[in-house]
Ligand binder design. Structure first.
Ligand SMILES: Cc1cc2nc3c(=O)[nH]c(=O)nc-3n(C[C@H](O)[C@H](O)[C@H](O)COP(=O)(O)OP(=O)(O)OC[C@H]3O[C@@H](n4cnc5c(N)ncnc54)[C@H](O)[C@@H]3O)c2cc1C
Length: 533
């Protein structure tokens, strides 16, 4: 074994959260060691925004997890991509930048997370971003991540926004601004014409610092303890067993699957389960791995007439023109993310905030070829159950850290989730039928107009729904016995160990989870620095 690496802070995982922490914690001279299981982010498709389809199953940059067969979605295993590369999932995601609803954070505060109400999170949402339009009291102007509106907006996207208003959904000029409800255009996290991962934004700003050391292909295998105090981590790098020791703290930022998994194989979790798989218990913490929530979504697609969709732009000969356009102007189809406009609506009267997210894209997928766009023009609304009640789990199956854990989503296990999805399909169909979009629709192709009864739609939801990749919650923050970290993100009952990533969210936010995760890391870094002062 080689000599142990020494640092003040050892951060495990260079993802959305880990790269933010590495930047902020190394800013004032502390020695920071950042361990990342994956490689450096040199794979070219990471950096072209529209390259995202090449990353979803790509083992070079992706853990490629899958759930166990899930009973309420007809026994299907759902593929869960997760970034395994510098930047983590921010290097493979769809780049939508959206905070969610103020009520999301206010409900965290209500659930015992002191200091996490929306108003208290606002300074951190502002300090991470750089968004030129928008009100300065609500939007950041000089943070590391460039947030932009779509540089090229296809006419179909404008028609969607008009059509939604024709059905009575109000317009929001900035869904991250004053009005979070209603319909509006999407914003993206970018780095000029390229993807704005946290590796290329936050970490890039810190890379020249002599007190920051980054080790890639370094897989953390076990947390090391002296009694209840975490003192470091064992990791495997290119076949060598190595150790890193932390003089101040170990910060776990492995994401919603890997953070609880590393805790489990290190002996922290529900004691009964750990013993049953042959792990010696260091600390009985029953909530580790529980409380997983995710966004389950269903797509409604139409064949398009009299308008251009991405389907045609994404294949020759037009693709060649788009490549030339991207290289010369930094605009066009290669800058697109996964959804160009969105709406947040309520499934029923009496709700405090929206519980459905509708994501529009002027494109449609070929159902026979995974991840491929159709040849003929198409457009799609994905209906996401945005505040799901179903809860799943991540559970280690073996003491071996290389054995993937058992993953349960339990999609649709809470009956209300199916009701919300049906209500969302109703919204999508009304929007497609509104004049602004109806004139561009040849017909609904999936599920098709014949799928109309509640039973038939429920079958469609169970058979065809899938994740939109927002798993959170497995190291839940709170003050109750099942909480894993406290409101300062410290693992309860242990010293010098925090979890800072999407796994600490008590419940998933009403929208996509990258901006909230980066906010958590920004706020977490401030707490760590405060506590060290
Ligand atoms: C395909 C996809 C599309 C998405 N689209 C969007 C979107 O458009 N907008 C949006 O807001 N959100 C989106 N998300 C969600 C968002 O990207 C995630 O919520 C967010 O990136 C989670 O950040 P994290 O820091 O918790 O984890 P990650 O970013 O996944 O980082 C964890 C890092 O830790 C490393 N790691 C794990 N275990 C170990 C170990 N034992 N040792 C060393 N390193 C380890 C991993 O390799 C990884 O780099 C998407 C996610 C995916 C997967």
């Amino acid at each position: 074994m080689t000599e142990a690496l020494q640092a003040d802070y050892v951060i495990i995982g260079a993802g959305s959260a880990g790269c933010v922490l590495a930047n902020r914690l190394s800013a004032d001279g502390a020695r920071v060691l950042l361990l990342e299981a994956g490689p450096r982010d040199w794979y070219p498709f990471i950096h072209v925004p529209a390259g995202v389809l090449h990353l979803l199953h790509n083992p070079r940059v992706n853990w490629n997890y899958a759930t166990d067969p899930q009973p309420n979605v007809n026994g299907r295993q759902i593929h869960w991509p997760r970034g395994r590369v510098l930047g983590g999932s921010s290097s493979i995601n769809g780049m939508l930048w959206i905070r969610g609803q103020p009520a999301d954070y206010d409900s965290w505060a209500q659930m015992g997370c002191r200091g996490w109400s929306f108003d208290e999170c606002m300074p951190y949402f502002k300090s991470i971003e750089r968004y030129a339009p928008g009100e300065p009291e609500r939007r950041g102007k000089d943070g590391p991540i460039l947030v932009e509106d779509y540089r090229t907006v296809l006419p179909l996207t404008r028609r969607f926004v008009e059509a939604a208003q024709q059905t009575g959904i109000p317009a929001s000029p900035d869904l991250n601004g004053r009005v979070h409800e209603g319909v509006g255009f999407s914003q993206m996290s970018r780095n000029g014409r390229f993807r704005g991962s946290t590796a290329r934004t936050f970490l890039a700003r810190a890379r020249g610092r002599a007190n920051l050391r980054i080790e890639t292909r370094a897989f953390a295998t076990k947390l090391l303890f002296d009694g209840r105090r975490c003192i470091g981590v064992a990791f495997r790098q290119r076949g060598h067993e190595r150790t890193a020791l932390a003089a101040r703290e170990v910060v776990l930022s492995g994401g919603t699957i890997n953070s609880p998994h590393l805790l489990h194989v290190s002996g922290i979790g529900p004691a009964g389960h750990l013993k049953s798989i042959g792990v010696d218990v260091v600390h009985d913490l029953p909530g580790v791995g529980a409380n997983l929530s995710d966004h389950y979504a269903i797509r409604i697609s139409h064949r398009v007439r009299d308008a251009v969709s991405i389907n045609e732009l994404a294949r020759p000969p037009r693709l060649l023109g788009e490549i030339a356009r991207w290289l010369t102007t930094g605009r066009g189809a290669l800058t697109f993310g996964v959804s160009s406009a969105q709406a947040f609506v309520r499934s029923r009267e009496g709700l405090a905030s929206p519980d459905i997210q509708l994501l529009f894209s002027p494109s449609s997928y070929d159902h026979n070829r995974f991840g491929e766009l159709e040849r003929a023009p198409g457009m799609t609304i994905a209906v996401s159950i945005a505040r799901p009640e179903s809860r799943g789990s991540v559970m280690a199956k073996s003491p071996d850290p290389f054995v993937y854990p058992s993953l349960q989503a339990n999609y649709l296990s809470a009956p209300n989730d199916l009701r919300v999805s049906l209500a969302g399909i109703g919204y999508a169909r009304r929007i497609f039928a509104a004049p602004a979009l109806a004139r561009h629709s040849v017909e609904e192709i999936t599920p098709g107009p014949q799928v109309a009864s509640e039973d038939a739609l429920a079958d469609y939801i169970r058979n065809q729904g899938t994740t939109i990749y927002h798993i959170v919650g497995t190291c839940r923050m709170g003050e109750d016995p099942l909480a894993v970290v406290d409101s300062r993100l410290k693992v309860r009952g242990l010293d010098r160990l925090r979890v800072v990533d999407a796994s600490v969210m008590p419940a998933v936010t009403t929208a996509n989870t990258n901006a909230p995760t980066i906010m958590i890391a920004e706020k977490g870094a401030a707490m760590i620095r405060e506590d060290a002062a």
